[in-house]
Ligand binder design. Structure first.
Ligand code: C2O
Ligand code: CU
Length: 582
């Protein structure tokens, strides 16, 4: 008896000390630090039933899903076990307030982690929502380096909508050619385009050359055969009738814009990029690389049947079959094929359909409103260019080439020669015809930074144009690191001052990714309130690789001391560290 109370007493003391410690570490009660130990390495895998090499994490593809509560701290101890390449991981949609060096953008927030080295990413997830992470060095996202990051509301808080269960779909595209070879293609003279993906994946699973889904379950023909235990077997969604489910959907495609549909079911969109939206219902939805959504669907259909879930290519002439999986109603057998054919996606170039969808997205009532006016406006024209015979993308005629020393350290410590200190252009010539092929003979490479005043309100007008070929203008989903922005509007042709009257200042959605439609413009507004250096770029991997991005910096002097590990590369970085005497 005495022994018992003794043990109890010391246990109580330990628990008390533990709680004190927890409170010291995390002032928000209940918040935790979640530790992960990851090894990034090339592994053999068959994402689409064809064996290949992917960049996996801890032997898995896609990488493990991180799940945390808002207010938690994530700590990922990442070891690079690739043989010859550096690596970084970007936490897409996490703003990194107070930890700009943990943003995981090579040459911007940190040096790539060398093979054999370990870097600890430690950051707070402050906002509930559907996010993901991916490689941000070279084209490693194309190589398969990605996974999901889901942040739930803290204990005791409720979502403003009800659901009985949830699923997560991470959408991607897959090439049989390695990401290294793709990089060689894109930077060759003459240029070689990587072509369309071989396969679309859902949660890292797809079926190469298997356009008619029916075949992959029934046919005995080798490649389309359904092989239950293989990594390429579709992940089936098991549901009960008359329930409401939350479906988290994220696109980490390297190239493809997608359309998602569930046969016979309506989709109610409730979240976009970690922000609540005013719920609206659609039959299918477009999703661009870098975006994430939560949708609700109700299982109100005949429960003796199963239904197709499809992901199809939009915005480029599709040469890649739809990705499919099954919505399986209880108690129907999961191997019973849907009786109705897979959903038919809108025509690839039906941009009106895409615009109609984008224009339906509004902030949920009660969301933060944008400031009524801006302090600083930057207009960014996207063009395809040739520089010395190489094919590139340029922004206001400058094609981004990242420096060897990461900006964060070089700006924070005033290193003079790490990058070009001339301000990059904030506009383009007024006589530029965005509807016509333009040679842009004066394009250059550059690595300048748009310096934003801390806490200023910044408008960015993204202006699309004709590419090098006649009558071609692509879709570009632009993603901003370190912030959310309001999408004030989309328009056709060249943006003019008068278009401002059309801005939505009442309920513009908050996002971290927004698309520019062919020959159109998109207007964004954000507050430069996050000390650090932030990439803003097209989320299409080959486009970024070809220079389609810019760099913003604000309040860098307010950032705490940048850890040495984030600085140890590039000549100026190394010289600085030698002087700092680390
Ligand atoms: Cu998800 Cu800079 O990217
Ligand atoms: Cu692009």
């Amino acid at each position: 008896m005495i022994g018992f109370s003794d043990t109890f007493g010391s246990r109580a003391t330990i628990i008390f000390l533990f709680i004190c410690l927890a409170l010291v570490q995390n002032p928000a009660f209940g918040a935790k630090t979640r530790h992960f130990k990851w090894a990034v390495e090339s592994i053999y895998w068959s994402p689409d039933c064809v064996e290949n090499v992917v960049i996996g994490i801890n032997g898995q593809f896609p990488g493990p899903t991180i799940r945390a509560l808002a207010g938690d701290t994530i700590s990922v101890e990442l070891t690079n076990k690739l043989n010859t390449e550096g690596v970084v991981i970007h936490w897409h949609g996490i703003r990194q307030f107070g930890t700009p060096w943990a943003d995981g953008a090579a040459s911007i927030s940190q040096c790539a982690i060398n093979p054999g080295e370990t870097f600890v990413y430690r950051f707070k997830v402050d906002k509930a929502g559907t996010y993901f992470y991916h490689g941000h060095y070279g084209m490693q996202r194309s190589g398969g380096l990605y996974g999901s990051l889901i942040v739930d509301l803290p204990e005791g808080e409720k979502e403003p909508f009800h659901y009985d269960g949830e699923f997560n779909l991470l959408l991607s595209d897959w090439w049989h050619k390695s990401s290294q070879l793709q990089e060689v293609d894109l930077s060759s003279k003459p240029f070689r385009w990587i072509g369309e993906p071989q396969t679309l994946l859902i949660n890292g699973r797809g079926q190469y050359n298997c356009s008619l889904a029916a075949q992959f379950i029934n046919s005995s023909s080798s490649i389309c055969e359904f092989r239950g235990n293989e990594p390429c077997a579709p992940q089936i969604l098991h549901v009960h009738p008359n329930k409401t489910y939350r479906l988290r959907v994220t696109s980490t495609t390297a190239l493809a814009s997608l359309n998602l549909a569930i046969g016979n079911h309506k989709l109610v969109v409730v979240e976009a990029d970690g922000n609540y939206v005013q719920p609206f219902s659609v039959d299918n939805m477009d999703i661009y690389s870098g975006e994430s959504y939560s949708i609700l669907f109700t299982t109100d259909q005949d429960p003796s049947k199963n239904y197709w879930i499809s992901s199809s290519v939009r915005g480029r002439e599709p040469k890649t079959p739809q990705a499919l999986t099954i919505l399986n109603y209880f108690p129907t057998s999961a191997s019973k094929l849907p009786t109705s054919p897979p959903p038919i996606a809108p025509l690839w170039n039906d941009y009106n359909h895409s615009k109609a969808f984008s224009n339906k997205i509004h902030a949920r009532m009660g969301s933060a409103k944008p400031p009524n006016t801006y302090d600083h406006r930057i207009i960014l024209l996207s063009t395809q260019n040739r520089i010395d015979g190489y094919t590139k993308w340029a922004i206001n005629n400058v094609s981004l080439v990242l420096p060897a020393t990461p900006y964060l350290g070089s700006i924070k410590y005033g290193l003079k020669n790490a990058f070009d200190h001339k301000n990059p252009p904030e506009d383009f010539p007024s006589d530029y015809d965005v509807m016509k092929q333009a040679p842009n003979p004066n394009s250059t490479y550059g690595n300048g930074v748009y310096m934003l005043s801390f806490n200023s309100t910044v408008d960015v007008i993204l202006q699309n144009a004709n590419a090098l070929a006649a009558n071609v203008s692509d879709i570009h989903p632009w993603h901003l690191h370190g912030h959310v922005f309001w999408v004030l509007g989309y328009g056709e042709g060249k943006f003019t001052k008068e278009d401002e009257a059309k801005f939505n200042l009442k309920n513009p959605p908050l996002r971290n990714t927004a698309v520019i439609f062919p020959y159109g413009w998109t207007a964004l507004r954000f507050v430069a309130d996050n000390p650090g250096v932030w990439a803003f770029h097209c989320h299409i991997e080959p486009h970024l690789h070809m220079g389609m991005g810019v760099v913003f910096a604000e309040g860098v002097d307010r950032a705490r001391k940048v850890p040495n590990e984030a600085l140890t590369c590039g000549l100026t970085g190394k010289m600085f560290l030698n002087n700092r005497g680390h």
